[in-house]
Design a protein around this ligand. Structure first.
Ligand code: AMP
Ligand code: GLY
Length: 432
């Protein structure tokens, strides 16, 4: 198969790495890409918002399958355009991608389908927000409805904070158009987990789960980021919980989407909170998670191309999908100053070292420096690398990942010391 992956982060490098092992692969391209994907595939310089460019490239390379990493091009209708041309695509249509692109769409769908989610209201003006806030004293969560690059979620401890958050979205337009509609939600608590359902519009593959770390500093302190680390598999992810999530969340959503005339194909990512009243959905995403993909791809025991093509073509029920029972920990190295301002262009050393058994380094913000006889990877973004280690348990995986990380350096590199540590894992109560 001739395969084109769209995107340029650690998620896409991990996809390219796993797909590169497939006996079904003949040639691989990455639209975007980084210094890591350049070693496995041919990178094409196309921005992920350039839908015409992506469609043209898919035709030029005669792709048998296009795999879309980020939500942006899906929300812009890339999958619809490719489907019209008869090119199989892994990723949902524009209508189905609404499940991530509009929080109120997702919440309405969940309410209709009876899927457990926080109590909520979506409002179009400050007066509507004030009414809900008055009736719901205490902590609330205020969210800009649209895509806000992970920044449009404001956790408010009381009504005053909630009113200020609404003003930030609606009057100050801190998140632009994304804040024209605002969602107010009940404040839930409990351990969080990212669950991934590969689906073909009707059928669902066995679920896989991972946890990510959003805060910059150890002990979950500091500002939110695009992700500082991840691990799989969570110690509370037992078959009973997986089955509950499939029956009460994934299946009803798939059915509701099909009934609305926009069957969901690709991967449905549910961000769940495991509350005392059972798992509830905080958000859906229409794609794989980053940095979760970096620890999930090594778990995939089945052929990745067969899986993704079946999702695109609607015959997922005819193949067998299996996840192995190993564990992986991924640590993200970021540029000093991230998530605010940071410098790039620093040489990265230690990438070629052999490293301990079962370790991988996935690139994100890197590129090959031009000039000289050999090209060298340099930093080119805020999130630079995800260093992954595997093992029979999380502790072994974590030790391997950190010892691989010690071999790597670049100026001003930062990372968390506590990814996958027992202190973090232990926060979840077993439900199984
Ligand atoms: P989201 O982008 O909706 O997943 O929100 C980002 C983060 O905000 C989540 O990972 C949670 O930690 C937190 N969050 C979102 N919604 C709620 C909620 N209703 N109650 C408590 N925390 C929430
Ligand atoms: N890991 C969070 C996300 O991909 O949205």
């Amino acid at each position: 198969m001739r395969v084109l992956i769209v995107g340029s982060g650690g998620r896409e490098h991990a996809l390219a790495w796993r797909i590169n092992q497939s006996p079904n692969l003949t040639r691989l391209w990455v639209a975007g890409g980084n210094a890591g994907t350049a070693a496995l595939a041919e990178n094409l310089e196309i921005r992920s918002a350039d839908i015409d460019g992506l469609v043209a490239a898919s035709r030029e390379v005669a792709a048998d399958l296009v795999i879309v990493g980020p939500e942006g091009p899906l929300a812009l209708g890339l999958a619809d355009r490719l489907t019209e041309l008869g090119i199989p695509v892994f990723g949902p249509s524009k209508a189905a991608a609404q499940i991530e692109a509009s929080k109120s769409f997702a919440l309405d769908l969940m309410r209709d389908a009876g899927v457990p989610c926080p109590d909520f209201a979506s409002v179009r003006d400050e007066a509507g927000a004030q009414a809900y806030i008055q009736n719901h004293p205490g902590p609330l969560v205020v969210k800009a409805d649209g895509l806000a690059a992970g920044k449009g979620v404001l956790l408010c401890q009381d009504s005053d904070q909630a009113l200020a958050a609404v003003k930030l979205c609606m009057s100050d337009r801190a998140f632009g158009e994304a804040g024209e509609i605002v969602v107010l939600e009940e404040y839930l608590s409990g351990p969080e987990v990212s669950v991934f359902a590969f689906c073909d519009g009707e059928h669902i593959a066995p679920l896989v789960a991972a946890c990510d770390y959003k805060r910059l500093e150890d002990g979950n302190q500091g500002p939110n980021t695009g992700g500082m680390g991840s691990f799989a598999q969570p110690d509370f992810w037992f078959p009973q919980l997986a089955s509950e999530v499939e029956q009460t969340i994934m299946k009803p959503v798939l059915q509701a989407m099909a009934e609305r005339g926009s069957p969901y194909k690709g991967v449905l990512y549910a961000g769940l909170m495991l509350t005392d009243a059972g798992p509830k959905v905080l958000e859906f995403n229409c794609r794989l998670g980053d940095p979760e993909t970096q620890v999930v791809m090594p778990l995939l025991a089945s052929d990745p191309l067969e899986l993704m093509l079946a999702c695109a073509q609607g015959n997922l029920d005819q193949i067998s999908v299996q996840w192995n029972d190993k564990n992986y920990v991924g640590i993200v190295l970021v540029s000093g100053g991230y998530p605010d301002e940071y410098q790039t262009g620093f040489e990265i050393s230690g990438l070629e070292a052999a490293g301990p058994e079962d370790t991988m380094v996935f690139h994100a913000g890197t590129k090959l420096a031009v000039g000289g006889l050999s090209s060298r990877p340099i930093t080119a973004g805020g999130r630079v690398l995800t260093v992954v280690g595997g093992g029979d348990n999380i502790d072994q995986a974590r030790r391997r990942a950190y010892s691989r990380l010690e071999q790597i350096s670049f100026q001003d590199a930062r990372w968390r010391q506590d990814i996958g540590s027992a202190a973090n894992q232990g926060t979840a109560k077993a439900k199984g």
